[in-house]
Design a protein around this ligand. Structure first.
Ligand SMILES: C[S@@+](CC[C@H](N)C(=O)[O-])C[C@H]1O[C@@H](n2cnc3c(N)ncnc32)[C@H](O)[C@@H]1O
Length: 213
């Protein structure tokens, strides 16, 4: 969901650097051939991820939720020369699709794909991360934050996607709607945590920007 009026959203995209040819093809072919293409970050959010990564210049990035590999390529743009992005997805069927695009990028060798459940894989990662992008199943956002926090360097950043959850965070929540309850719990967890500073950025479906003090 985009919270901006359509003409403002179009204007914002028109005044944002283009995706580049490879990302444009990946975006288009995801929409043509893959289920649930709205999960892909897309042009505006992709450029935001890329520019934030370029500002941070991370050596280690963790991405939770690869999908077709679009946001991984965007985030990799800011990596240092010896940098590495580890990206996790439980859907092994998307691996060859994502890899076929990474292989066409000069950044592809910096992307390390791990297939499996994020809550199983995160505890096995022996790295200190400068930047983490949480973009997988909403029910586990609080768990992912807690799992990764000790491996985030002080001054490091977490970006969590979909924290406005199509606006459901401000509507009456059904008891059966566990996803919205989890997003609400995550946002409250971050807001109450004295170890972090945070900004909820109302871009696209909402991005929680978190900095470890
Ligand atoms: C919103 S998509 C990621 C979109 C991608 N970051 C982008 O912007 O292009 C979410 C992905 O999380 C994956 N996922 C969901 N639950 C997961 C879990 N428990 N462990 C690992 N991956 C999971 C799904 O398979 C899906 O590909």
């Amino acid at each position: 969901m985009d919270f901006l009026p359509a003409d403002i959203a179009t204007y914002a995209e028109e005044h944002t650097s283009p995706e580049g040819e490879l990302l444009r093809r990946l975006n288009r072919n995801t929409h043509a051939h893959v289920m649930a293409p709205r999960m892909l970050s897309g042009h505006l959010q992709g450029r935001l991820l890329a520019i934030l990564s370029q500002m941070i210049r991370p050596r280690r990035i963790l991405e939770i939720g690869t999908y077709t590999g679009y946001s991984a390529l965007c985030l990799a743009e800011g990596l240092t020369d010896d940098g590495l992005l580890i990206t996790i997805d439980q859907n092994e069927e998307l691996e060859s699709f994502a890899r076929s695009y990474w292989q066409q990028s000069p950044l592809g060798h910096k992307i390390d794909f791990r297939v499996g459940s994020a809550s199983d894989i995160i505890p096995t990662l022996n790295e200190t991360f400068d930047l983490v992008f949480i973009d997988a199943d909403k029910r586990n956002y609080p768990q992912y934050f807690n799992l990764i926090f000790s491996q985030l360097r002080p001054g490091g950043f977490i970006l969590a996607d979909n924290v406005l959850w199509s606006g459901k965070v401000v509507e009456r929540v059904k008891q059966s709607d566990l996803d919205t309850q989890s997003v609400l719990a995550f946002n409250q967890l971050i807001q109450n945590d004295p170890r972090v500073e945070n900004v909820l950025l109302p871009v696209r479906d909402g991005i929680m920007m978190i900095r470890k003090r």
